[in-house]
Design a protein around this ligand. Structure first.
Ligand SMILES: Cc1cc2nc3c(=O)[nH]c(=O)nc-3n(C[C@H](O)[C@H](O)[C@H](O)COP(=O)(O)O)c2cc1C
Length: 143
């Protein structure tokens, strides 16, 4: 058993409708549950941040499939680390759409997401991606 946690950011090809996000979450749940992959997906200003957790092979296979998805591009891998236990064990894929009220409510996090996730800004602060994901997993929808 070797668990890993992988976090990336990417850019949606077009601004996605609610129904398109639902379709992504539906297929995420369908694939992740049998593979015991868990995580959280954030959507902000046409960009994604996602954390995937699980067995190394399952997470790598899932990430490769996600990277090939034409609904987004410019995937940037922020972290891929061994973990002892999961931070997002309960969700096959939790989901939150971040908006202006989130930026107002969380001014210390706002620079990292209010204009969409920016890999370069986020990359300069180790740990900030996980902190953001944990912060916004407090209030969530899940599939
Ligand atoms: C931002 C984003 C996140 C995604 N997350 C997952 C995921 O966690 N697990 C997964 O299996 N597919 C995920 N997908 C969908 C995959 O890229 C792919 O479309 C899907 O797994 C294909 O399965 P299907 O054709 O059976 O629906 C994601 C897609 C996008 C755009």
């Amino acid at each position: 058993m070797s668990l890993i946690q992988l976090i990336y950011v990417s850019t949606a090809t077009t601004e996605l409708e609610e129904s398109e996000l639902d379709a992504i979450l539906e297929s995420s749940a369908r694939h992740n549950t049998p593979q015991d992959v868990t995580g959280m997906l954030l959507y902000s200003g046409g960009t994604f941040m996602q954390v995937l957790e699980g067995e190394e092979a399952a997470v790598d296979e899932t990430y490769q499939r996600i990277c090939a998805d034409p609904r987004h591009h410019s995937s940037f891998l922020l972290t891929r680390d061994p973990i002892k236990e999961r931070n997002f064990a309960v969700w096959s894929m939790g989901f939150r759409r971040l908006n202006e009220s989130d930026a107002t409510a969380k001014p210390s996090f706002a620079p990292f997401f209010q204009d969409g996730f920016d890999a370069r800004t986020i990359g300069t602060q180790p740990g900030i991606a996980l902190d953001l994901l944990l912060e916004f997993s407090q209030r969530w929808n899940f599939k």
